[in-house]
Design a protein around this ligand. Structure first.
Ligand code: SF4
Length: 282
């Protein structure tokens, strides 16, 4: 069997940096209990690894004991929540992805000029909750063009547009065009979209075109991993979604001559390496 591994399989920059910060923290020998606020990554094997090293999971900031220390995951957290933690003496280790941090600061600057934020994103997503905390109280979040079309805009007010980092760039451009039709002079738009997700999907589609089947490695709770198998299926190529090498069934795979391998942005390199070695041995 020939195996073609995607160049971009595995951690994106933000996830890689967040885990490096957590590793550095665990090596400093401090006695304080260490928490992650929400799973730092949607990968059960990585979470088990950190749980075994004593890192506890807090579901909300209210669950964190005073005097503990907490790692903020790549999505970031709302500004007031971070402030409240600092006031309680919680040591906050900020592993917010630099791209998300940049989006938060850009939104804060623009909102500071008196403009109202129109945010293209998922209302209940942790990153969006964080971004909103940097905007004014009238900010509006929408997931689709239709939703924005139904929202009334005041022609006398001034707005600005931004997007959750993982949103689709083409959709964002269409929204800018819609707003240019509705408001004279259009609405200034911030560049906040990260291409990591799109580049992985584009590469998965190319791989699907060259292979009989593509193995996608990643946690079952990882949205970007599931999305990779969906884009592969959408172009008519078989795909197998696995968390680790143990989920592979060699009998089912032997029918394929050319096998692709990709992985979500939260899948560790060691898991991808194991799967690649297994496939090459078939
Ligand atoms: S997908 Fe982009 S913005 Fe999100 S954590 Fe990864 S690098 Fe950062």
């Amino acid at each position: 069997m020939e195996v073609v591994r995607a160049r971009l399989a595995g951690f994106c920059m933000g996830v890689g940096l967040a885990l490096k910060k957590l590793d550095a923290l665990l090596e400093d020998g401090a006695e304080r209990p260490t928490f992650m606020l929400g799973p730092i990554i949607h990968n059960p094997q990585v979470l088990e690894h950190y749980a075994a090293r004593g890192v506890e999971l807090a579901k909300t900031s209210g669950d964190l004991p005073d005097g503990s220390r907490v790692v903020i995951r790549a999505h970031g957290i709302p500004r007031h929540e971070e402030q409240a933690l600092l006031e309680r003496g919680v040591e906050v280790v900020d592993a917010t992805c630099p791209k998300v941090k940049r989006a938060q600061l850009l939104i804060g600057d623009e909102a500071g000029t008196g403009r109202t934020l129109l945010l293209f994103g998922e209302d209940d997503h942790p990153e969006v909750r964080g971004l909103l905390s940097y905007a004014g109280p009238d900010a509006f979040v929408f997931e689709t063009r239709e939703e924005l079309a139904q929202h009334s805009l005041d022609p006398a007010a001034s707005y600005f547009l931004a997007a959750q980092t993982t949103q689709d760039r083409q959709g964002f451009l269409r929204i800018q065009q819609d707003l240019a039709m509705r408001l004279p002079g259009g609405v200034p738009a911030l560049e906040t979209i990260c291409d990591a997700t799109r580049l992985r999907q584009d590469e998965a589609i190319r791989l699907a075109g060259q292979c009989d089947c593509v193995v996608v490695a990643g946690g079952k709770a990882s949205g970007n991993t599931r999305r990779l198998s969906q884009v592969i299926e959408a172009v008519g190529t078989s795909t197998v979604l696995v968390e680790t090498v143990d989920d592979l069934n060699s009998d089912a795979l032997l029918q394929y001559k050319r096998m692709g391998l990709t992985a979500g942005a939260s899948t560790p390199k060691s898991i991808i390496d194991d799967i690649e070695a297994y496939l090459r041995a078939l």
